[in-house]
Design a protein around this ligand. Sequence first.
Ligand code: GLC
Length: 584
Amino acid sequence: MKKIVLTIAAAVILLSFAACKKEAPPEAGSLEELVSLMTLEEKIGQMTQAERGDIRAGDISKYALGSVLSGGGSTPAQNTPGGWYRMVNGFIVESQQSRLRIPVIYGIDAVHGHNNVLNAVIFPHNVGLGAIAAGNPEKGAQAAYTAGYITAQEMIATGIRWTFAPVLGVAEDIRWGRTYESYSENVDIVTFMGLSAVKGLQDGGAAVCIKHFIGEGQTLSGRNQGNALLDRAALERLLPPYRAAIEAGAMSLMISFSSVNGIKMHEHKELITGLLKEDLGFKGMVISDWDALRQLSGNTYKEQIANAINAGIDMVMATNGRNSWESFIRLLTELVKEGTVPMSRIDDAVLRILRFKQSAGILDSPSTGRSGEVGTVANRAQARDIAADSLVLLRNENNVIANLPSYQNILVAGRGADNIGMQCGGWTITWQGFHGRSTEGTTILKGIQEAVKGKANVTYDAEGRAEGNFDAVIVVIGEDPYAETEGDRINNIDIQKRDIDILWDVYSYECPVIVIMLSGRPMTIGDEYKNWDALIAAWLPGTEGGCIADVLFGNRDFTGRTPYTWQQSIGGEVLYPYGFGLTK
Ligand code: GLC
């Protein structure tokens, strides 16, 4: 910090001599003094975050932009660690051309590994980590820490040091499309798992952005970005994850798209400035979500900007086109000049941004330097071990699981058997994720083939129509990849007809049926499960699908327990209660 401030002071002094014989400004020895050196344009530039695809060469230095981000799936032409590093470092170098040389910070959603980067290791989504914790809190906390640490290391390998993670929302309605991004319906699990993730990411060298404050998991009918009816006691109940993360050093926080009691969180001054900044004492930076200001009250973007900044938003993710961030800068400048947004609010926002950047280490060393790789063998082994611990055995009739290693002829079927993309779910390579070989990894099928090589014959037929007699059938079904609102299922989370057809095909073999479910949450399976000899909830295990074989054919017990109540239908009978799971 000292170095950059002295440099800044020197630069300002040189410029002052060059421009006129004004008295040299006081040496900026602190962040407050650095703010005092900044022009209004430079302050508002720092409050602006633009998407990488919405900027041109020269914008970062000209506008002194505070941050650039990748939206989900927004990747450089070369989606390699080197390609990422060259892009991100190029932005950082350009920020050093601005008058005060305050480094730009690059942000990304590395939420279950460095998931935009091809061939990075992908960990189980948080629902799977929560399943570990529901069975064994210490093991769960260690898994969250390890996943965070390795994710940070793989981020550093690409020159990125800020992730919009972890989610600290408590999903209480599984119809919500972001249920899998939450660890559990249990706030205690979310608290210690979020804390461990923060520590792992920070120890690995990354800055965190805890999200999305607050009430995202309590919206009516589970609607993403919907309205949550929360009295003070209900709000208090949701605060422990944020208190713990803030105490652990989290210095940036993202506001939720949702509303609380009919007021959009992004303009909720009582909860942002009152509860978060004053009551909880949060001294870090509050960032908006994706172009979220457009959803606010107010007839114009200018009014929406005033509502958000005056409510306590410090940096704005002004995305969905170049015009979004350019007009944000222009309109906020007008708002300050006309007194609608006080300069004191701007100075507070900029000080928080600089405090965040200082805590992230980028004021002292703007660039990480190119080091490390992604998707290493060691990182994959760690992810596979964690994924194995996340599996939950919900049904095991006639002890079929124990008999599996003795079978000679096994049929593997289902859409998810040979499908890395379905194993990983959303937020993988692209925002929504997609079926097929989306990135490097081990499919469930490959893991089984390797585990029984030389001991049993494995036949694979996705449709479950292979000729022959089998001792058992393993069927992998579940949810298509999705993210955010695309995942909202307001009426039911039923097994898809395509999966039901495959199941009825394999029932005709009249041998034990072991169902593996790849889903971001409990699915509403009605009575169908009564046809199954075993049911394993694999959640969204990530790239290391060999984890299934490690438990089915290895000497490994099932240690995961469901982190969500599993109902037979939405609001119906509880089939498997929260915390349920069999060992074998
Ligand atoms: C998305 C998500 C948020 C994410 C942000 C940037 O809409 O709500 O979780 O961090 O945009 O991709």
